[in-house]
Structure formats: structure tokens, C-alpha cells
Design a protein around this ligand. Structure first.
Ligand SMILES: O=P(O)(O)OC[C@H]1O[C@](O)(CO)[C@@H](O)[C@@H]1O
Length: 348
């Protein structure tokens, strides 16, 4: 059977360009009353949670407003955030399907406590879309596979533009940068496939670690989720500095390690980590915005406002689709059928 993930990965160029071109229409339902809230709470699961973490890191400092990202479980049962009403709070929920039960229940709690809500989903008839005060429709098309690709990138982009609008920031330069970043995607996909072709031995990995910093810590988290879902192996993910406080001891001969190297505050520490890792294992991959491509390095363009997260995440998407195929696995096949509806994390 054909692997549908390749189609979804390729579709991203059109999907994301469309979101940029339709920004005004997509965000037209945002009420003025939600402008300049003093506290933003975001909840989501899986790739949608990683999308929330990524946008938080990109924008929190710039907008000068706390963005609290919490899992639906913590938010429902352990956090005071939704249980203490406050007129300046806003709950944003992200759910591509609009059917995740924990996320849906958070909307209900917010409603009971008079906290206004926005949902971003790809299905305007879904329970989450209906329950939220405001629904933002993310036009990414259907993606009926477990490991999401276009849904993740569309969520990050939509949320990014939406929060900028909520804080009345001009989106002109970010849209320009995103267009450039999107134009590079086909080339990134090609380079990642070539790297996979030349590194078939990575399909035999029994475990992996992925390390990034800043905006690309959540990017690396998303890469981790993708690779562990598709290869069905444990993959560790740490923020770079935390990785160097103990988990670095897992770097031994033949261990598999991916490091994301971009410009920014963590540049020197990452350089030191790469130097250390190179002496310990030959199975390392560096995804870098400033090193030349070679056998162990995939080079991607430097997009300073977004730390190139889009071009980096697509490398992980290719790796997580290609390597399982070497092992005879099609990552778009359902592995455990109706797991989510059986255990009770999603509405059928
Ligand atoms: O964004 P949603 O639709 O709420 O789903 C959350 C997560 O659940 C999964 O479907 C796995 O159960 C992921 O692929 C997805 O990121």
C-alpha cells in the first residue's frame, strides 16, 4: 500500500502558503474583546501540544504576556489555571481532529468559570469547534494517519499568526520570512531523503536521542514524537542544557543522536555538545543552519524570526517516514486500530 505520509509531507508547501495568503479570512472571527489579554493558557495533546510549546517560545517574550502551556490532564485535575476565574484570561485549545476528550473537557471547565475560549481545529463540525466560544478553522485538509505532519505545521502557523493578531503585532515581516522558508521545503525534503538513502543503518537503531534548544527544543520534541511513533522505538528528548546534566551519559559507541544547531543563545553549548558527541559515536546527525552539508550534516537555510523550525521539522518528517520503510513498515498504516476510542482519549 502507498505511504500516504509522503503525500501529506509534500502538501505542506501548498497548505502553508494558503494559510499565509488567507490569513485575514482565517482569523476574521477573532473578537476584539480577546485583544491584549493578560494571561494566555494553551492546552493540547501530542503534536498539537508541541505546536503550542513552539509558538510559546517564539512569542512569549515579544508580546510580554505569560503563555501557560499545560497538558489537558494537568489542567483539568491539578492546575489552578482554569479554576480561578480572571477577566484577563483566555484559553486557547488546539486539536487537529477536534475530538480529543481531555481538550474538550478543558473547554467545559473554562466555560463554567467564565474564561473565554478559542479553538483551532481542522474540522468546524467537531465537538471542540462547537464547544469553543470562537473557532478558527485551519484549512489543512484531512490527515487520517497517526503521525501528523501537515496538521502540525499548519497548527504552528495558524497559532503564530493568531497570537500576533491578538497582540496587534504586524505580521508583514513574519509572513515574508515564512514564504521564503516554505519555498525551501522541497529542497529540504530532497536532502533529507538523500541522507536517509546514505544512512540505511539508522533503520536498525534500537533507541535514539534528539536534542535542540530554544525554539527548536519543541521542534526536536515533535521530531522525537514522530520517530518513536513510526519506528516504534524509544526516543529521548531533552532541552540541550538538560541533556548535558546526566542524559549525555547515554552517548556511547554506536548510539544514535540527532542535534539541532541554529543561531542563538545556545550556540556555544551546542557546538561543545557536537564536538563531544563526534568523539563518542559515528551515528550522529547534525541539522544545522550554518554548517556546510556533509555525511553527518544536513544544511538548512537560516530564518532568524522562526529559528528555521519549519525547515527542521520537515527533516524529521522525512526520516520518520523513510526509515520504517527500510524495515518493511508503512508509517501511515494504523498500528493499533481504534486505540484512542477504546481507551477513552478521543470521541469516535
Ligand atoms: O490534535 P488532536 O486531534 O487533538 O490529537 C492529538 C494527538 O493525538 C494523536 O492523534 C494520537 O492519538 C496525534 O497524532 C495527535 O497529535
Amino acid at each position: 500500500m502507498e505511504n500516504k505520509m509522503w503525500t501529506y509531507i509534500d502538501e505542506q508547501k501548498d497548505v502553508l502558503t494558503n494559510i499565509l495568503n488567507q490569513e485575514e479570512k482565517i482569523l476574521s472571527s477573532l473578537p476584539d474583546a480577546f485583544i491584549n489579554k493578560k494571561e494566555i493558557i494553551i492546552t493540547a495533546s501530542g503534536s498539537s501540544l508541541n505546536a503550542a510549546m513552539l509558538v510559546k517560545t517564539m512569542l512569549e517574550k515579544e508580546i510580554g504576556c505569560l503563555i501557560q502551556v499545560e497538558t489537558p490532564f494537568q489542567l483539568r485535575y491539578y492546575s489552578p489555571l482554569l479554576h480561578l476565574p480572571h477577566k484577563h484570561k483566555l484559553l486557547i485549545v488546539l486539536s487537529q481532529t477536534g475530538k480529543s476528550i481531555g481538550t474538550l473537557e478543558c473547554l467545559q471547565i473554562a466555560k463554567n468559570n467564565y474564561i473565554p475560549t478559542i479553538a483551532i481545529t481542522a474540522d468546524n463540525k467537531s465537538p471542540i469547534a462547537i464547544q469553543a466560544d470562537t473557532h478558527i478553522n485551519m484549512p489543512c485538509g484531512k490527515e487520517p494517519v497517526g503521525p501528523k505532519t501537515k496538521g502540525f505545521t499548519a497548527t504552528v502557523l495558524t497559532l503564530h499568526l493568531m497570537i500576533m493578531k491578538l497582540f496587534q503585532l504586524s505580521s508583514q515581516s513574519i509572513i515574508k520570512e515564512y514564504h521564503q522558508s516554505i519555498n525551501e521545503l522541497p529542497q529540504n525534503i530532497q536532502h533529507a531523503k538523500k541522507w536517509c538513502e546514505e544512512h540505511n543503518e539508522w533503520a536498525k537503531a534500537k533507541a535514539m536521542s534528539i536534542v535542540g534548544f530554544g525554539i527548536n527544543y519543541p521542534t526536536a520534541r515533535e521530531g522525537t514524537l514522530k520517530i518513536l511513533e513510526t519506528m516504534q522505538i524509544p526516543v529521548m528528548n531533552f532541552d540541550m542544557e538538560e541533556f548535558m546534566h546526566g542524559p549525555h551519559r547515554t552517548i556511547v559507541n554506536h548510539s544514535y543522536l540527532i542535534m539541532v544547531e541554529t543561531k542563538g543563545a545556545g550556540e556555544v553549548l551546542m557546538k561543545n555538545l557536537i564536538h563531544f558527541a563526534k568523539s563518542k559515536t559515528e551515528n550522529h546527525l547534525i541539522i544545522s543552519t550554518f554548517q556546510e552539508a556533509n555525511q553527518q550534516t544536513i544544511h538548512i537555510g537560516e530564518y532568524p524570526m522562526t529559528s528555521s523550525w519549519l525547515n527542521i521539522v520537515v527533516i524529521f518528517q522525512v526520516i520518520c517516514t523513510y526509515l520504517p520503510e527500510i524495515n518493511g513498515m508503512n508509517s501511515s498504516d494504523p498500528i493499533y486500530g481504534d486505540f484512542a476510542t477504546t481507551v477513552g482519549t478521543r470521541i469516535a
